[in-house]
Ligand binder design. Structure first.
Ligand SMILES: NC(=O)c1ccc[n+]([C@@H]2O[C@H](COP(=O)([O-])OP(=O)(O)OC[C@H]3O[C@@H](n4cnc5c(N)ncnc54)[C@H](OP(=O)(O)O)[C@@H]3O)[C@@H](O)[C@H]2O)c1
Length: 235
């Protein structure tokens, strides 16, 4: 992270933070000084949680674990209430809607409608549930950023460039992209973000740096890409 000063003294909530990109981001934020990392996971007793609590921390930084299953209507509001009442957290500076799930089930003629429904619930409705729950705390935050981890394969404009038969995943992420852009257009202060299929540490370094320098003027509502040949992707 090139601008650790910018990102110090923040409270950040990351969903799906027990493994993959979410964990790699939680690791980076925890290493910052005076940073509270709220690790949202769907199973607080999962084996991966023990090692998360053992991660090295910057001076004065702490880890709080909350349960948020993307499929639950009540988990995100309950987590926010717990943060306020048990942990005394009255603001969130950064929320990363990272939890997601993808499957490959052939082309349009083969995808099961139930698969599409299931992935919409996780990948699109999940981030919306999260946004609605955290919005009051985000609005109290310092330079607040709501970060959606999207995917270039769900770009409608660039569909020909990514002919992967991940129909349910792509459609559900495209819906999530719409919601992220809508958050910007409704003048919520947020930040739409794309994540490419590259090594997780490279992805985490990129996302972490982008979060540090995100502004409403430059990046909010934009489809940020790790692809160096272009600054932003088309939605
Ligand atoms: N990997 C890539 O190449 C790539 C590319 C573009 C975008 N992305 C996006 O990047 C994000 C992270 O991906 P990743 O590669 O780190 O995936 P991953 O290693 O499979 O991790 C996915 C995370 O999401 C959590 N999750 C899944 N379903 C959930 C639910 N219903 N409620 C709450 N949490 C749930 C998982 O929790 P459990 O451990 O409990 O299952 C896990 O923590 C996703 O949104 C993905 O779509 C990934």
């Amino acid at each position: 992270m090139s601008s650790s000063a910018e990102i110090a003294e923040v409270t950040v909530l990351i969903t799906g933070s027990n493994r993959g990109l979410g964990r790699a981001l939680a690791t980076r934020f925890l290493l910052q000084p005076r940073t509270t990392v709220v690790a949202a996971v769907r199973q607080t007793d999962h084996a991966t949680m023990q090692s998360l609590s053992e991660l090295p921390r910057g001076s004065g930084s702490e880890l709080i674990t909350v349960k948020i299953d993307s499929l639950s209507d009540s988990d995100a509001p309950n987590a926010v209430e717990l943060l306020q009442t048990k942990h005394g957290i009255q603001k969130l500076d950064i929320v990363v809607a990272n939890a997601g799930y993808g499957t490959v089930y052939g082309d349009l003629s083969q995808v099961r409608p139930g698969e599409l429904r299931d992935l919409f619930d996780i990948n699109a409705v999940g981030p919306l549930r999260l946004f609605q729950a955290v919005r009051p705390l985000l609005e109290a935050g310092n330079r607040p950023r709501f970060v959606l981890i999207g995917t270039p394969i769900a770009s409608i404009a660039a569909m020909e460039k990514a002919p992967f038969p991940m129909i349910a995943y792509g459609a559900s992420k495209a819906a999530a992209h719409y919601l992220a852009r809508k958050m910007h257009c409704e003048r919520a202060r947020n930040f739409g973000m794309e994540q490419a299929p590259v090594p997780v540490d490279d992805s985490a370094d990129f996302v972490f740096a982008q979060i540090g320098k995100a502004t409403r003027e430059e990046t909010s509502g934009k489809f940020v890409t790790i692809d160096e040949s272009q600054e932003f992707l088309e939605w």
